[in-house]
Design a protein around this ligand. Sequence first.
Ligand code: ASP
Length: 300
Amino acid sequence: MPDPVIIATWPFGMTAVRKGLALLEAGKAALDAAILGAQAVEDDPEVGSVGYGGIANAVGVVQLDACVMDGKTLGCGGVAGVENVRHVAALARRVMEETPHVLLVGEGARLFALEQGFRLDTLHTPESIAEWEKSRPRAGREGRDLAPEGTFPSDSHDTVTVLALDQTGSLAGVCTTSGLAHKRHGRVGDSPLIGAGLYVDDHAGAGGGTGVGEEIVRVCGSMVLVEAMRAGKSPQEACELAIARVNAAAVRRGVHPARVAFIALDPKGRTGAACTKGAKFEYAVGRKGKSELHTARETG
Ligand code: ASP
């Protein structure tokens, strides 16, 4: 069996990797390690794009998106546009385990959280309110200040996507985010959508994304890269292929490729990562007791 491995997006993904690696090395399942790792980021008020302290949308409300997937069974669940629930990755797991459904949204997801015994919380911190006040769109109508499609101006976004391989050789993944800063109320990105922000299959590999979700959804990014691994590509080649799809879609629409990145992990424990030009994407990898930050290859 391979050594356990865990990979997560962005430097703050290091929190998830450290926590998750310890769990994997203690023999925990990939899904538990990925969710508890992601939860440590959801709990960190200093991460302004995930969970507690996440950036608010255009009308000042924090709406969170998340999904989970188990590579052994292809079990999956997601929640989108959820308010007042901090641990949305764990909530997505409940959707997977406690309902016959795959995705719950908005008020329905919040009521389900209550039913499942989740605590309702404020997700704002004094810092996140101050940040929102400083940077919010000011001219009139909601959403009006967003740049044209695919060219969102704000860098205030970043999902924690976590992929894990456990001691039994099984894969799992999690995405959790507050999404794009100042997003339209009700806007949903790639992160809760299976096949877009995340896809995991023990028979092929695990893939996940971060960045401007519309561009990831447009090409079903994570599905593309997992299918590339199934066809024999390495995780690195698969990530580059998915970024090439994002780039090609931008060309067809006459826009510059937005900031998008993918990570991948295969059943042998090999990892990969790639991003669009200028995205400056760093990610964390943990294996054999060590956690390290890497810089992804920009693919033009
Ligand atoms: N993918 C997220 C979204 O579009 C944001 C991010 O990862 O930066 O909501």
